[in-house]
Design a protein around this ligand. Structure first.
Ligand code: ATP
Ligand code: MG
Length: 461
């Protein structure tokens, strides 16, 4: 199918000549001899030109005024203007209005063709981007958050409401794998910033120095290795959303810089004197208790309150097991498609195992376990022998043996969770006696006391 070129030109001869020229180059050309005619073409006959080539002055008005008046109603096309000799003011205005380019009359056909080809490429890129954004937003609609438990239903309702209001920051808290990342994406893609970028940064993934230069950017020469200027994530997220995952892991002094940026709505690249205004919405996520970190002096309370303008707590999967009824078939279906399998039958025994397990790694763990089962299936029956949940289904975090502790190494527990669990377990076994517990753990009482406080555990002093 040919692309459409709309030519707006009142000189009949020139219009015909241009039309013939571009039809030969495989364009589907429509000629309008006035702005009114162009408007009719654009609206009533619903042609969708990839490129518009327009004369500046038409009998019924100026083409730039026309473009300005319809700019917001059309998208995915580029405009090229034919200007009279020396009309610099017009050309400047044309570019300001977002026109692709302008060319003086009489124009050289080869140059004109190159220009129109360039405009077509740019318009195609715009269309592709718009399509991608649309695909992303349907992928991250509120309904992508699956589950019919009362908590999940009300979570969806809250997300819908939050997406309607322009909030400046939000903290999403919840255990690992509960869907914090998914919710952040849904909020961005259904909110009023959905046309602007969503930039994600995991604060636990980078060392402090790198985290700072990623966030704020730097000028060439700001430090050894800074060869070229780098726009930081704040700048990249301008008019959009910055998603700071695992914010609890951020260094205290970087927290101060973040607070300043969020309060002043300005940042400064490393090594730069100039401040840059930024307009970003911040969504922060955490799987640790930030308030507890504040009490321990590990998280700035002013930053906490500044970010916590709104907050969402995502309950663990074991607090909403009813969701399993939608989640399990959904994940099995997705894994079927991914690995060309056809698992359809889930036995009562498999359901019992799934429902009685506590899912410490939450929905991520569920999705991984189901994917493994589907991959190992040989027919349409769900292979429950591959669930392999029974050994730690009794205890919520890990199962225990008399003189040892079992910890699942399937990614469902973070190192910190493991440490906390081990200390808790030893304290239980020693009747909360710190001296005995420290001996079992091969550490000092002071070290253990510090950890007990850090994880807010109970012990006899
Ligand atoms: N309610 C839900 N419906 C469908 N998919 C979900 C739901 N909740 C989570 N998921 C999926 O489960 C996986 C884990 O979720 P996500 O990455 O958002 O968790 P998280 O809370 O950010 O975890 P972490 O703290 O480890 O970063 C993702 O693939 C996500 O799409
Ligand atoms: Mg996440």
């Amino acid at each position: 199918m040919s692309d459409t070129l709309l030519i707006i030109e009142d000189e009949a001869l020139l219009g015909m000549e241009l039309a013939r020229f571009f039809r030969k180059r495989d364009w589907d050309v429509t000629v309008a001899r006035s702005l009114q005619e162009a408007e009719q073409h654009l609206y009533q006959q619903s042609i969708d030109p990839l490129v518009v080539l327009s004369d500046m002055n038409l009998p019924d008005g100026n083409a730039l005024d026309f473009l300005e008046s319809i700019k917001d109603k059309i998208a995915g096309n580029e405009w090229v203007f034919l200007t009279g000799y020396g009309s610099v003011a017009d050309s400047v205005r044309a570019v300001r209005l977002g026109a692709y380019d302008f060319i003086e009359k009489p124009s050289d056909p080869d140059r004109l063709n190159l220009l129109i080809e360039g405009a077509a490429r740019s318009a195609r890129a715009q269309r592709r981007l718009a399509q991608q954004t649309q695909a992303q937003s349907s992928r991250y609609s509120v309904d992508a958050l699956i589950g019919d438990s009362p908590v999940t239903v009300s979570l969806r309702q809250m997300i819908r409401q939050m997406a309607q209001v322009p909030f400046s920051s939000l903290i999403i808290s919840g255990e690992t794998g509960t869907g914090k990342g998914l919710i952040a994406r849904i909020l961005h893609h259904t909110g009023n910033r959905s046309q602007a970028p969503l930039i994600e940064l995991n604060c636990a993934a980078l060392p402090r120095e790198l985290l700072e230069s990623e966030l704020f950017g730097y000028e060439a020469g700001a430090f050894t290795g800074a060869k070229k200027r780098h726009r930081g994530l704040f700048e990249q997220a301008h008019t959009g959303t910055l998603f700071l995952d695992e914010i609890g892991e951020m260094d205290l002094d970087l927290q101060s810089k973040l607070l300043k940026a969020v309060e002043d709505l300005r940042i400064r690249r490393l090594g730069s004197e100039t401040e840059i205004s930024i307009d970003v919405q911040i969504i922060a996520a955490t799987n640790v208790d930030l308030l507890q970190k504040v009490e321990q002096g590990l998280f700035r309370s002013d930053l906490y309150h500044r970010l916590n303008i709104m907050s969402l707590r995502i309950p663990s999967l074991r607090e909403r097991k009813q969701d399993l009824e939608q989640l399990v078939p959904q994940f099995i279906g997705e894994s079927n498609r991914k690995s060309a399998k056809n698992v359809k039958q889930i036995s009562g025994k498999a359901w019992d195992a799934i429902k009685s397990y506590n899912w410490p790694g939450n929905i991520r763990e569920l999705s991984n376990v189901l994917e493994r089962c589907v991959l190992l299936s040989t027919d349409e029956h769900f292979p429950e022998q591959w669930l392999q949940l029974s050994h730690h289904s009794a205890a919520p975090l890990a199962s225990q043996q008399r003189d040892g502790i079992f910890l699942p190494l399937d990614g469902s527990l973070s190192l910190q969770d493991m440490e906390k669990y081990v200390i808790q377990e030893v304290l239980n076994r020693t009747d909360e006696n710190v001296t005995a517990a420290a001996r079992m753990l091969g550490t000092t009482r002071e070290t253990l006391r510090y950890r007990v406080q850090k994880y807010n555990l109970r012990c006899k002093s």
